[in-house]
Ligand binder design. Structure first.
Ligand SMILES: [Zn+2]
Length: 168
């Protein structure tokens, strides 16, 4: 997956390019290649990037620690501003820090758009925060014990509630 040279994209028919994806991405461990399409459109002062890709990753269940496969699908769409990176200016360091977030989503109009890096970010966003092999996964069962989860002392009740909240 070659990065797209933005000035070339501006000259392309319909000022857009569709990239067929069928590859393993560096830094993203997947069972199958990432497959799908990425479309990049040049709109003068911004790029409109969209994709439909999918792959399969291996997750570890938060409750029982078993591994399971998860289908990762993303239909992301994002606007990336075309602007030259701002020149260094010590006097406005604080303002620059605030502006850093905006800079992440911008790229030089004379530079390259890294399709693979963008795709990597979109797929990472789709990785489930809470990984469960099954919604009703009972988790690791304590051996040789019955229902002993009920708190004996009421002072532990709030702690137990917090624990339940964290494990849910
Ligand atoms: Zn599980």
């Amino acid at each position: 997956m070659e990065p797209i040279f933005i000035p070339n994209l501006a000259q392309a028919p319909q000022k857009s390019e569709e990239v067929e994806v069928k590859a393993f991405l560096a830094d993203l461990e997947t069972l199958t290649p990432v497959r799908g399409k990425v479309r990049v459109e040049h709109h003068g002062n911004f790029l409109q990037v969209s994709c439909h890709v999918e792959t399969i990753i291996t997750c570890t269940c938060d409750r029982c620690l078993q591994q399971y496969n998860h289908r990762l699908v993303t239909n992301a769409s994002e606007i990336i501003w075309l602007q030259e990176p701002e020149a260094e200016n010590d006097e406005f360091n604080i303002e620059r820090e605030v502006a850093m977030e905006d800079l992440v989503e911008s790229v030089s109009p004379q530079g390259y758009f890294d399709v693979q890096e963008w795709l990597y970010q979109q797929l990472c966003l789709e990785i489930p925060q809470r990984q469960l092999c099954n919604l009703s996964c009972p988790g690791i069962q304590p051996q040789g014990q019955g229902e002993t989860e009920t708190p004996v002392d009421s002072r532990w009740a709030s702690l137990q509630a917090l624990k339940n909240k964290l494990s849910n």
